[in-house]
Design a protein around this ligand. Structure first.
Ligand SMILES: Cc1ncc(COP(=O)(O)O)c(C=O)c1O
Length: 401
């Protein structure tokens, strides 16, 4: 039988790659394992009772909510988002500029359906969020990569690379940028670089996908203007999600962009999943309508600030400080460690033996790199586990030095 399936698999299936983090889940779920691996929120603060209260919408509007919904999204939730996101978007979004999606992962997929053909080039930060780059790969995209430093994408490197690609006759379809509290790097693109990135987009006619699931989770400093709000020419598609600010089990995200693009993405969505789960959209809407989202955000921020601080302190206490470097993140979910003298695969194995899970840095590279880096998520583990996990990681590192 396996011969039969081998002969049937599509070209895309032949090239498909599993997500190493999803594949790692069975390791991470071993008893006693302290996980810094998945980018998961802390279930201890999920607003379970408020969400349960929101189920009243099923009693009151069940006949709508249990029906197929419109592909573009549940109207009341779209209206809520249009008003609620206005401060970050710089204005209220029009109905036709907003699409509710099944997680923001689906934004990347729909955008790729809409504008990417096999062999087109997408410019990504290196390293970048693998969930997105895997999807781009599935669409047959090729990659150009741009390195990052503590101030985010090194935007000044873009023109030379774009010109070389254009000279070679390649079509560059978009630039993918995680502007705030980057996954995996934890860094944030400065305002100067945001403006410079928009200049590049205008100069070369290349749109930007601004992926911003962590933007609301800022611990220190002031919020920076989104690329979307700075953009004057409709070159930015903005993606966000309820996964990190409410609960990933809702599987709801959204995107904002030019109406003609949103329309094409919605038509593709008709054939992908008809519409995002209406029950989920209605529950999230009711939860938001009752003011719970607004009240929950400061709680998330306070809760995760403590965990970020616990990880910072635990690193200082337990890691071999001369051999490990990091930048303290101002928000989001992740630390990115650099261990110039330690091979991260060896560190990963030793860490798993000691029951602490990290993600090797090379997982986030579409090219080479990341062999002396790892990503650690601080939101999932408790402060006590963070301390113990850092102690175990420090001892694994010392064994390898
Ligand atoms: C940068 C980035 N984009 C998108 C996502 C996907 O989020 P969602 O759960 O909404 O699909 C994640 C999740 O980890 C992420 O880190």
């Amino acid at each position: 039988m396996s011969q039969l399936w081998d002969s049937l698999f599509s070209e895309a299936a032949g090239a498909i790659k599993p997500s190493p983090i999803r594949e790692m889940l069975h390791l991470i779920r071993q008893p006693g394992m302290i996980s810094f691996a998945g980018g998961m929120p802390d279930p201890a603060i999920f607003p379970v009772s408020e969400f349960y209260e929101a189920t009243a919408i099923l009693r009151d509007s069940g006949r709508d909510v249990l029906q197929y919904g419109t592909t573009e999204g549940y109207g009341p939730l779209k209206d809520f988002l249009s008003a609620w996101t206005a401060p970050r978007m710089g204005r209220r979004l029009k109905e036709e500029e907003l699409l509710i999606t099944s997680g923001s992962t689906q934004v990347v997929d729909l955008l790729n359906w809409a504008i990417v053909d096999k062999g087109d080039v997408i410019i990504v930060e290196e390293p970048s969020f693998m969930g997105s780059t895997l999807n781009m790969h599935n669409h047959g995209a090729d990659f150009e990569t741009i390195s990052c430093d503590a101030e985010g994408m090194e935007v000044h490197l873009l023109p030379e690379k774009i010109e070389a690609l254009q000279k070679a006759g390649r079509k560059v379809k978009y630039i993918y940028c995680i502007t705030n509290f980057h996954n995996p790097l934890g860094c944030t693109l400065t305002v100067e670089r945001r403006k410079a990135l928009l200049d590049v987009a205008y100069r070369y006619g290349i749109p930007i996908l601004e992926d911003d699931p962590y933007g609301y989770v800022r611990f220190d400093g002031d919020h920076l203007p989104t690329l979307f709000s700075l953009d004057e020419k409709g070159m930015v598609i903005y993606a966000c999600s309820f996964s990190k600010i409410l609960a990933p089990g809702t599987r709801l995200g959204w995107c904002a962009g030019p109406a003609e693009l949103i329309r094409k993405m919605a038509i593709f969505k008709q054939g992908v999943d008809v519409c995002s789960c209406v029950v989920s959209q209605a529950l999230v809407y009711e939860y938001c309508r009752q003011g719970h989202l607004e009240a929950f955000l400061p709680k998330i921020i306070a809760h995760y600030t403590k965990k970020r601080d616990a990880m910072e302190e635990a690193f200082k206490r337990h890691l071999p400080l001369d051999e490990v470097h990091w930048v303290k993140p101002e928000g989001g979910f992740f630390y990115w460690l650099e261990t110039p003298k330690i091979d991260v695969d060896e560190l990963f194995r030793k860490a798993i033996d000691q029951k602490v899970a990290i993600v090797p840095g090379h997982t986030f590279f579409v090219g080479q790199g990341g062999h002396h880096n790892c990503r650690l998520c601080y939101t999932f583990a408790s402060p006590e586990e963070i301390d113990e996990g850092a102690r175990r990681l420090g001892s694994a590192m010392r064994e390898l030095l």
